[in-house]
Design a protein around this ligand. Structure first.
Ligand code: BES
Ligand code: MN
Ligand code: ZN
Length: 493
């Protein structure tokens, strides 16, 4: 889909030749400015439809009109956006979703959204502009690569967005494309999306962007670095582990990079602490953190953000081979700290800890890790917010703020010293699980022992990275959050 920012004065609306013009209506028979202009041209027909009850402003309601008198556009799509001046973020998203649902079935190849003028509570206009792009693009996402019968092609090719803010549209497009990349990688089955496959995709980004450099460390190289914790996980699998490193240089040479560390566990069976059977297929999504890092670095490169980013993705399978970790095994991490593995299913922290130690060598300004780390996080926050934990409150605040701004929200949990007690091991420096209580927090406490050298935040995306059930699929989160954070960061420079 092509998205374009376009400026049209109200006077010009009626003479636009396009497949469909999309305008907003509000409750209590209120019209948006664009709707008013069109209403005047067609002798108050829209007002008549509203008073008759055929059209209304309830959020998400839509009515498609064809052959309207006085306007050149072939169709007019009326979209309800709630109470005028009080449209909530959710209502706006519902409205755009309703519009694209109608348009994707329709014959129009080119449409024109006049929705940037809708005032959304607590959101900037640039948010509304970006959402028009991101929501529309997401609604058109399909993965039918593995179906012999493909979904019918969408006639719609071009969406114009009424705004002069080209940057916001470009940010929306880059973010949407980043989300799509994250979804594509995440939705691939585990037999295809292996650590080696992810490594190839990273090489691909290096080929595509002159300012992305990729380096992939193999097991022998990791062994040399002493990554005994990460390698203990991949020992249980026939797929060799990869440590994927991508460096994006959009800033000045000496600028300290932002490091993004994404869990790239391409299938988590639990290992010897085998997971129960039902829904185990969803553990192909245990690389969604890594996928979101792919999506984010691609989006940053497309936008040419003037910052440096280093992406580190430890990638492995977690399988119950004869050589797999066993409960009670003790391994030595790259940091030198020893770990007693009491549950082989708490493997994410085992691969992340070595990746986090490795990341220090880039002298990062800040480090954010993104991981589908704990089932406990789903219980705590459900699918709405990702869990946030950090050793530096200004960084946590910046992420909370970015989430609030873009709608891809996070919620902070504490990592007080008292919780560290739960990781005490009688035999090693720590154990890899902290018991039933506060599972999301103790997982972060475990990671915090490897992140002392820098400012660090941890995002637990177990509840937000994908949707289960009939509409099973990756969400691409938290690409929008990370992009908002990086865009804000670039703007402060
Ligand atoms: N990848 C899982 C966490 C997970 C589970 C994410 C379900 C999304 C849905 C992780 O590796 C894991 O298995 N964690 C264990 C930790 C426990 C053994 C301390 C968990 O949450 O059960
Ligand atoms: Mn696990
Ligand atoms: Zn896992």
């Amino acid at each position: 889909m092509k998205f374009q920012a376009k400026v049209t004065t109200p006077a010009q609306i009626n003479s636009i030749k396009t497949g469909c013009i999309v305008i907003a209506l509000f409750e209590e028979n209120q019209l948006s400015t664009s709707a008013e202009t069109i209403d005047n041209a067609c002798n108050g027909y829209i007002t008549k439809l509203m008073t008759r009850g055929d059209a209304n402003g309830c959020a998400g309601k839509s009515l498609l009109l064809t052959g309207l008198h006085g306007v050149k556009a072939e169709r007019i799509l009326l979209i309800g956006m709630g109470k005028k001046g009080e449209t909530s973020a959710k209502q706006f998203i519902d409205g755009v979703t309703a519009a694209i649902k109608v348009l994707k079935d329709g014959p129009a190849t080119e449409v024109y959204y006049f929705l940037s003028e809708v005032a959304v509570v607590n959101k900037e206009t640039s948010w509304a502009i970006r959402q028009q792009v991101e929501v529309s693009d997401a609604a058109l996402y399909t993965l039918d690569q593995f179906k012999r019968k493909k979904s019918p092609a969408v006639a719609l090719k071009n969406i114009q967005i009424s705004t002069s803010n080209k940057i916001a549209v470009a940010q929306g497009v880059a973010t949407a494309r980043g989300v799509t990349l994250a979804k594509d990688l995440s939705n691939l089955p585990g037999n295809l999306c292996t650590p080696s496959y992810l490594a190839e995709q990273a090489e691909q980004l290096d080929q595509t962007f002159s300012n992305i450099k990729t380096k992939v460390l193999n097991e022998a190289e990791m062994e040399k670095l002493g990554m005994g914790s990460l390698l203990s996980v991949s020992r249980g699998s026939r797929q060799p582990a990869k440590l994927i490193v991508m460096q994006y240089s959009g800033g000045n040479k000496g600028d300290q990079p932002v490091a993004l560390v994404g869990k790239g566990l391409t299938f988590d069976s639990g290992g010897i602490s085998l997971k129960p059977g039902p829904q185990m297929d969803e553990m192909k999504y245990d690389m969604c953190g890594g996928a979101s890092v792919f999506g984010t670095i691609q989006a940053a490169a497309e936008l040419k953000l003037p910052i440096n980013i280093v992406a580190v993705i430890p990638s492995s399978e977690n399988m119950p081979d004869g050589d797999a970790n066993k409960p009670g095994d003790i391994v030595t991490s790259m940091s030198g700290q020893t770990i007693e593995i009491l549950n082989t299913d708490a493997e994410g922290r085992l691969i992340l800890c070595d990746a986090l130690t490795y990341t220090a060598k880039f002298k990062p300004a800040i480090v954010i890790d993104i991981a589908t780390l704990t089932g406990a996080c789903i219980i705590a926050l459900g699918g709405q917010a990702s869990g946030l934990m950090a050793n530096h409150q200004p960084l946590a605040d910046a992420l909370l703020d970015a989430g609030q701004k873009c709608g891809d929200r996070v919620w902070q949990l504490p990592i007080w010293d008292e919780y560290q007690e739960q990781l005490k091991s009688p035999f090693a420096d720590m154990q890899n699980i902290g018991g039933r209580e506060a599972g999301t927090i103790t997982a972060a406490c475990f990671l915090s022992r490897f992140t002392k050298e820098y400012h660090w935040a941890h995002l637990d995306i177990a509840g937000t990275a994908w949707i289960s059930g009939a509409n099973k699929g990756a969400t691409g989160r938290p690409v929008p959050l990370l992009m908002q954070y990086l865009i804000d960061l670039a703007n402060t420079k």
